[in-house]
Design a protein around this ligand. Structure first.
Ligand SMILES: [Ca+2]
Length: 174
């Protein structure tokens, strides 16, 4: 059910992501520092760039890459359409986290100033992440969706899934 998340895991993709969104929101008066070696290889989907702008999230968040890849694709809300999870940083506080953009509309900020579970409000601990099948989440609450595993330095980490109204964090027992 979840074979669609491949091919985006490259630094070039992440840099292209940053370059693409910077273009959309008009950042770059001071010079764009993104150096995409393969700008056409993989960029944040256009709909996600549009949604980031439409929700005015670009006013408080900037795309950020702490670990590779800079963003992930998965059907996190289970509607059959791929959604985006992108690493972001709060412009004011510098706190990092993940922005979930649903293909059907809507954005959800996890970390980056918005506390979630054991992750707190600054995910500076992020050491790795990947998309997993919801069936791997204990209890069955995420079945039929993708979930997001986040590796936390010094702990087993957590898995994040959509419960129908918001994102929740459960400790990874893996
Ligand atoms: Ca979806």
């Amino acid at each position: 059910m979840h074979p669609r998340v491949t091919g985006w895991a490259s630094a070039a993709a992440a840099m292209a992501l940053v370059a693409g969104v910077a273009g959309i929101v008009g950042i770059g008066g001071g010079g764009c520092t993104a150096k995409a070696k393969h700008p056409d290889h993989a960029v944040l989907p256009a709909w996600a760039q549009d949604e980031f702008h439409r929700l005015e999230l670009d006013e408080r968040l900037e795309l950020h890459q702490k670990v590779e890849p800079g963003f992930q694709l998965g059907d996190f809300d289970g509607d059959g359409q791929l959604d985006v999870a992108a690493q972001v940083q709060d412009r004011r506080s510098g706190k990092v986290g993940v922005l979930l953009l649903h293909r059907a509309g809507g954005g959800h900020v996890l970390g980056a100033g918005q506390p979630l579970g054991d992750g707190g409000d600054d995910w500076n601990w992020l050491a790795g992440w990947k998309v997993v099948a919801g069936e791997q989440v204990p209890g069955g609450a995420a079945n039929g969706k993708n979930a997001l595993f986040v590796e936390k330095r010094g702990s087993p980490g957590g898995v994040i899934y959509w419960n129908g109204s918001g994102y929740v964090w459960v400790p990874w027992s893996g």
